[in-house]
Design a protein around this ligand. Structure first.
Ligand SMILES: [Zn+2]
Length: 342
């Protein structure tokens, strides 16, 4: 996978290539993407550029042995970690780690680089279950890092969804992320930076990926509608206008399909995360249109600092209920009421 194979985010590609060219590579980078926006392929393209034996002008050659192995996700010095749990594909007695599913992982990433969390769970046969990155996983990574690099160069660990690491696992890994063995690079890909343990997050350089329109993704009109409903709801909450808030909730429930309702919930979650970044004084990390930024600043000022932290779990829960076919009107009415009183 070369940078050229990835759509958009040209600035990020230039920044990553620049780090390699200048020989200034951070120990750890935390990529923040919206679900399904291609941060994993971006990591792969970056590693391919770093490892490439015939590096060209700002992209890897795509043909040398290193490129070949990284592109196929089989390089012995590049490890992938992602949340797992027991599922239909492996015996129930086994304690699974990412390695147990490496075949499914490779097929997924190579077949559908813009995969979502849901696609991953389906590929691993663990739909509807809650998965995590366990202590056993952390132990396994540290074990692998205790050897020298197999090919004599860099080593890398790509952690997909570090927010799903439990505290024990995170603490074990922390030391390696703080003081990594020489020529060892951690690349983390998160959908919820506020849920990544601060001790880990603060050790990383942060890079925000701009959402890209994936093949088959929704049209601009639908996104505009989601944005309008999101702005209307947050404005009503700010101005303490319960009637308008409830009406907006009903309008969301009346969207033409459950997928559209879920897509709105994702949009609202994304907006809340951006509000959170804005409240932390990290607006520079935001990648939103100018008029959207004005709304964000208004919400960031008006909402309590704890608002986002308290609201995101409500949205996760609503998503689950919609997935389970619970009446959308009831779910949305309940969600809006709770978002109103927090
Ligand atoms: Zn190459």
């Amino acid at each position: 996978m070369r940078f050229a194979d990835i759509q958009g985010n040209e600035g990020v590609k230039r920044a990553l290539a620049g780090m390699v060219d200048a020989g200034k590579i951070p120990h750890a980078i935390l990529f923040h993407e919206d679900d399904g926006c291609g941060a994993v392929p971006m990591c792969v393209a970056f590693l391919q550029y770093l490892f490439c034996q015939r590096r060209g002008d700002s992209d890897s050659c795509g043909e040398c042995p290193a490129c070949n192995k990284i592109g196929k996700l089989i390089h012995p010095d590049v490890h992938f970690v992602y949340p797992v749990t027991g599922g239909s594909l492996i015996p129930s007695s086994a304690k699974p780690t990412a390695l147990s599913y490496v075949k499914q992982w490779r097929e997924l990433v190579l077949g559908n680089p813009y995969f979502t969390e849901r696609d991953l769970n389906e590929a691993l046969g663990i739909e509807g279950k809650s998965s995590l990155i366990s202590v056993a996983e952390a132990r396994e990574i540290l074990g692998r890092l205790s050897f020298h690099s197999l090919e004599g160069g860099w080593r890398a660990v790509v952690v997909y969804l570090p927010e799903k690491m439990n505290a024990d696992a995170a603490n074990r890994l922390l030391k390696s992320i703080e003081e990594p063995p020489e020529r060892t690079l951690f690349l983390l890909v998160t959908h919820a930076p506020e849920k990544v343990l601060p001790t880990i997050s603060s050790r990383c350089q942060h890079i925000r990926l701009v959402p890209v329109r994936r093949p088959g993704a929704k049209a601009g009109e639908e996104e505009a509608e989601e944005r309008e409903l999101t702005t209307a709801l947050l404005s009503a909450i700010l101005s303490r206008d319960l009637m308008t808030a409830l009406e907006t909730g009903e309008a969301v429930a009346a969207l033409p399909s459950r997928e559209r309702i879920k897509s709105w919930i994702r949009y609202m979650s994304r907006t809340l995360r951006n509000i959170f970044l804005s409240q932390q004084g990290l607006s520079a990390l935001l990648s939103v249109a100018e008029e959207e930024e004005l709304d964000l600043q208004r919400f960031a000022k008006g909402l309590k600092r704890s608002y986002v932290r308290m609201t995101l779990p409500l949205l996760d829960r609503s998503m689950m209920l919609i997935d389970r076919n619970v009446n959308a009107k009831i779910v949305l009415c309940d969600l809006v009421n709770k978002m109103f009183v927090i």
